[in-house]
Design a protein around this ligand. Sequence first.
Ligand SMILES: [Zn+2]
Length: 109
Amino acid sequence: MNEIEGLPKASAQRIARTIHNRATVMMRLARELKQGLEVGIWMHSGAPCYPLAGGGTVAGKEASAAAHKQLSGKRFKLVEGALIDGEMCWPGWDEGCRCTWRAYIAGFE
Ligand SMILES: [Zn+2]
């Protein structure tokens, strides 16, 4: 299937990218939780998580991008994620998010 009637190609690409990123996050979470890991350390890519996050307004997008950057280096529980804009999410979960995480293992910092 190469075309969905009425759906612009850019929108289809954005949706596909988001679904792929979320599936990747969920598979990684499942693997790390199974391994007994409980905590991750948020890593911001350095590139803004922009413009797709933030609810559509420029101010919202900039606030969301800033929130992702501020989380860099912070610990979060893998089962819960971290709080951004009133919602829990994981690195790479939001649309346009380029963040990732590294596993936190006590004693190996
Ligand atoms: Zn991000």
